[in-house]
Write a protein that binds this ligand. Structure first.
Ligand code: NAD
Ligand code: MN
Length: 364
């Protein structure tokens, strides 16, 4: 039997609960399509850090490297100063495993009402590609000098030709398989050095993709165009910080953070990719059963697709969408079910729904 060997990092807050739902759906899909999942849990996050003082040890990185993929929940805890887990764990893993492309689909599923007027299933189907290893999130560098009236914080931003080319090439290939349009989103009018490099790489790579049209949108203007006219976008390529911000905006357009999936993707296959919801550990609702597990299940679907399990991926996506369409609201006490119950409902639907339920199964 085909076997996929997964590392599972539930993490903090709502992370373990939504990850449990994701695994339930993945197992239901594995049973249905005749493959096996082997899973290994890694206790990483706030508890482990508070106990050991280490966010991510070298041994753990090497153990994780041996898996086919990593299923990740969320990290972040009010007891740990900001940055220690976010930078020391998640950003560190993205960099260590060269997960240079963060894939964040923004799709309004049938039967779901966007909080933004005028957004429909027909006009909202785009993918944000966020560069995942550089920009202002680069490891190291920067400094903070406080305690004087001249207190100054320096935060370095790095943009390399190699990493930019990797994500831009991925973007053009994805656009070619979709509707043939790529948008560069940046702030070239202010961040002129990084901006020029991005523009240069898009022009250079684009020369090999004459069938893909391109345009450019400043990131601030994107905050108007994305909610007001999502239909003008197909593939959006952007840097690390801008991608972080506009993909939360995209999540809102598609119904909220409880619905937004992502893949931290290593396009070369040199190390495992990692699949996680866009949202964080949501300490404000942790332990209440109010978290929507759909984002985690949709991320699991991206994991199955990357492992070559196309039908399993399609039913996990379709089952999530179908259960979401039945909910009165997508988060909080009025959701109509608790996290665990929703996970069970999605997994039951995985067992029966048609892989083509959401339309063309070969769309990218
Ligand atoms: P968040 O994404 O955790 O929460 C933002 C808001 O969305 C909250 O009101 C939350 O209740 C709601 N929300 C999030 N996920 C939801 C879900 N599945 N269902 C329903 N509602 C949901 O962002 P935050 O509050 O800014 O950050 C909380 C912690 O998470 C911080 O420590 C932050 O650093 C961390 N964080 C981690 C990741 C990650 O693990 N990749 C990503 C973002 C934030
Ligand atoms: Mn984010």
């Amino acid at each position: 039997m085909r076997t996929h060997n997964l590392a599972v990092i539930g993490g903090d807050g709502i992370g373990p609960d939504v990850t449990a739902a994701a695994l339930l759906a993945m197992r239901a899909a594995a049973d249905r399509f005749g493959f096996a999942l082997e899973t290994t849990d890694y206790e990483l996050g706030a508890e482990a850090y508070l106990k050991t003082g280490v966010a991510l040890g070298e041994d753990t990185v090497e153990a994780l490297r041996g898996h086919d993929a990593i299923v990740f929940g969320a990290i972040g805890d009010p007891r740990v100063p900001p940055g220690i887990l976010e930078r020391g764990l998640i950003v560190a893993l993205r960099i260590a495993f060269r997960q240079s492309v963060n894939i964040r689909p923004v799709r309004l599923y049938p039967g779901i009402t966007s909080p933004v007027r005028g957004v429909t299933t027909e006009n909202c189907d785009l993918v944000i590609l966020r560069e995942n290893t550089e920009g202002l999130y680069t490891a190291g560098g920067g400094s903070l000098h406080t305690g004087t009236p001249n207190a100054t914080a320096l935060q370095n931003s790095v943009t390399t030709y190699a990493a930019t080319k990797e994500i831009v090439e991925f973007g053009f290939q994805l656009a070619r398989a979709r509707r043939g349009h790529l948008t560069l989103c940046h702030k070239t009018n202010i961040l002129v050095h990084a901006g020029q490099l991005w523009e240069q790489v898009v022009a250079e790579v684009g020369a090999d993709f004459p069938d893909v049209t391109t345009d450019y949108v400043h990131v601030d203007a994107m905050c108007q165009h994305l909610p007001m006219n999502p239909g003008r976008f197909d593939v959006v390529v952007t840097d690390n910080l801008f991608g972080d911000i506009i993909s939360d905006l995209g999540a809102t357009v598609q119904g909220g953070l409880g619905l937004a999936a992502s893949a931290n993707y290593n396009p070369t296959g040199s190390a495992p990719s990692m699949f996680e919801p866009v949202h964080g550990s949501a300490p404000d609702i942790a332990g209440k059963g109010w978290a929507n597990p759909a984002a985690a299940v949709l991320s699991a679907a991206m994991c199955l697709a990357a492992l070559g399990e196309r039908d399993a991926a399609l039913v996990c996506e379709a089952a999530s969408a179908s259960v979401l369409a039945e909910l009165p609201t997508f988060a909080g006490p009025d959701m109509g079910a608790e996290t665990e119950g929703l996970g069970i409902r999605i997994a039951e639907r995985v067992a029966t729904i048609e892989p083509g339920a959401l339309g063309d199964p070969d769309r990218s």
